[in-house]
Design a binder for this molecule. Sequence first.
Ligand code: DX5
Ligand code: ZN
Length: 223
Amino acid sequence: MDVLISASILNSDLANLEKELRRAESAGADMIHLDVMDGVFTESITFGDYVVRSLRPHTKLPLDTHLMVNDPTSLIPLFVNAGSDIITIHAESKCDVTACLKMIKSLGVKAGISANPETDVNEIFRYLPLCDSVLIMSVKPGAGGQAFKEESLRKIKAVREEADRLSVHLDVEVDGGINEITSPLVFNAGAKIAVVGTYLLNAPDMAQAIKLIRNAALQDAPL
Ligand code: DX5
Ligand code: ZN
């Protein structure tokens, strides 16, 4: 199965973002994952649309923008204008989720819905027909470098099965704690896109680490 690697720059050298983008792109990443945090939905604050706009000319890769914010409604047009290619909002955000997903699509970019580890996956099924991707959080949102939560495998499988049952063409993406051990498990469960942060940043050779993750999709790992 062909899989996609979305390189998260959250734990990279944020003082040298241009260099970090080039490093991920030349190592073979398929997308750049941008973690936007507002200090309300998450404890930390990261960056906003002005930073995304500055990054846009420095990579050809799609910008996979993950909005971990309390209310994404007014932010969506800003991130579209800044150059995001995919905008993922959270089912737990305080907004009209359906209206926000429709707004993302109407502005011409791909729409994603994300569910936190404690959220019942059935709660997001109603949004599937409006989505291009579903981002299953396999860690608590807010920080890189956490351990993968095994319970997310069941959720990946459930979303994949429900989307197939509804004949909805979407990709399942997984975010948090992905490495050479957990990647075969998530791909085998039905994930198509893996967000990978600290594993790539800590790898002695990022290109090799990306290859290892990609090859994991070919392994037959038990669930
Ligand atoms: C966590 C973020 C993740 C994070 C993943 O809130 O959404 O995208 O950067 O990083 P790792 O791969 O280190 O778990
Ligand atoms: Zn993320």
